[in-house]
Design a protein around this ligand. Structure first.
Ligand code: ADP
Ligand code: MG
Length: 391
């Protein structure tokens, strides 16, 4: 799960990271009002969307008066910000963050990620901040420092100082930098974080180190033990179909193609998507209905797949072990009466109660294509899409 910049800053500040003074706003008036609370005479207005690259996309602006803040933020609210990370659809701006503008002397990069090779948290830092890390690793690979942390000892003071010296910081700033590095590590470890990125971490004109931007992602599977973090979820920033599926306990991943897939188990889903590709088609998604799916759950799965306008045919491929083919078939039949199905449906059932399942489909007299093998099912689904497009 991702969170907003202002939320990440609030969390990191609790762990001891210095952040600029700022306030959140849900309206242009509130944004203008924030500038008075913050004080000073220069502010930065920042669109809060789950994405980096907002600056170059026009989502961050330096303002010199409250009327300028009001004007700029009214242009932001309700708009979708398209950055190089969001894809063409962009992300809705529903909140802006107003911050004191800082005098920046130097921009650094700091990131903490899970390194799967060493099975440890890795700290990545560079004296060349501001740029995205992907760009940085292409253009200045030598300017990136990496350090993996032993979980038994944690991030030790001397290691943090070593990293700070490696960045070429002045001795006066080393202690502050080391404090920030270790604070990020503690936040990462304590909150089941999967990524923290401060880009840029800046040295201000008066020599302090401040997190000017902050990004954090959390391990979804650990959210149950961090109630206060899961409350930070902002559904408006998520793919609506994926969010809806997750709320209903279905694993759903949206893809580019046009064949909706309803499958039990990730392995079978992979094989099905491969087969669709092999037959010349492209999957629109990956929906895993899991084990022991009731007819109701199948109906929910249909509604989820149908919520994606790209879907031009649906392929149901079930290898029932814990599942029961008769329940799946009943769910498919119910879906025809309760959900508006205007696309061809191909069903391939195998395993527990397969004969009953097939009988239910046959008795329904509904326009459901059936198949005995995965290859046949994929072929039929691809052909159905082609026929629809030709018509
Ligand atoms: P993004 O990474 O999404 O583009 P950032 O928060 O990194 O957004 O902001 C982009 C740039 O805007 C920063 O690199 C910095 O130069 C400038 N900036 C952001 N916040 C401030 C601030 N409080 N004071 C001064 N400049 C800022
Ligand atoms: Mg940034």
């Amino acid at each position: 799960m991702d969170i907003h910049e202002y939320q990440a800053k609030e969390i990191l500040a609790r762990f001891g990271v210095r952040v600029p003074r700022g306030g959140l706003a849900y309206s242009p008036e509130q944004a203008a009002y924030r500038s008075h609370e913050i004080g000073g005479n220069r502010w930065v207005v920042k669109a809060q969307v789950h994405s980096g690259g907002r600056g170059e996309a026009g989502g961050v602006k330096l303002c010199g008066s409250d009327s300028e803040i009001r004007e700029y933020s009214s242009a932001l609210f309700g708009r979708k910000l398209v950055t190089r990370q969001t894809g063409g659809a962009g992300k809705l701006i529903g909140r802006v963050y107003v911050e004191e503008a800082l005098d920046i002397r130097q921009e650094l990069y700091l990131g903490l990620v899970l390194d799967r090779t060493s099975e440890r948290i890795m700290v990545v830092a560079s004296a060349q901040g501001g740029m995205e890390i992907e760009e940085l690793s292409e253009e200045h690979p030598d300017a990136i420092l990496r350090m993996t942390i032993d979980p038994a000892t944690g991030f030790l003071e001397f290691q943090a100082r070593e990293l700070a010296f490696g960045l070429g910081l002045q001795s006066g700033q080393v202690a502050e930098a080391a404090k920030i590095f270790r604070a990020c590590y503690r936040a990462f470890r304590d909150l089941d974080v999967t990524m923290v990125e401060i880009n840029p971490l800046v040295v201000t004109g008066d020599g302090h180190l401040v997190a000017l931007d902050a990004k954090m992602s959390f391990d979804d599977n650990a959210l149950f033990r961090h109630q206060e973090i899961s409350e930070l979820r902002d559904m408006s920033q998520e793919n609506p179909v994926e969010a809806r599926a997750a709320d209903r306990g279905l694993s759903y991943v949206s893809l580019e193609g046009n064949i909706g897939c309803m499958i039990n188990g990730a392995g079978l889903a992979m094989a099905t998507m491969d087969m669709i590709k092999l037959k010349g088609g492209a999957p629109a998604n990956f929906l895993d209905i899991g084990g022991g799916a009731s007819p109701d759950r199948v109906l929910t799965a249909f509604r989820t797949v149908l919520a994606d306008p790209k879907v031009e045919a649906i392929l149901v491929n079930i290898f029932a072990g814990i599942n029961r083919c008769d329940w799946i078939a009943e769910g498919v039949v119910q879906a025809f009466t309760k959900a508006e199905i205007k696309v061809p449906v191909v069903v391939r059932l195998s395993g527990t109660n397969v004969e009953q399942g097939k009988q239910i489909l046959a008795d329904s007299k509904l326009p459901i294509a059936t198949a005995d093998t995965l290859a046949e099912a994929a072929e039929k689904a691809v052909a159905a899409v082609a026929a629809r497009q030709a018509a």
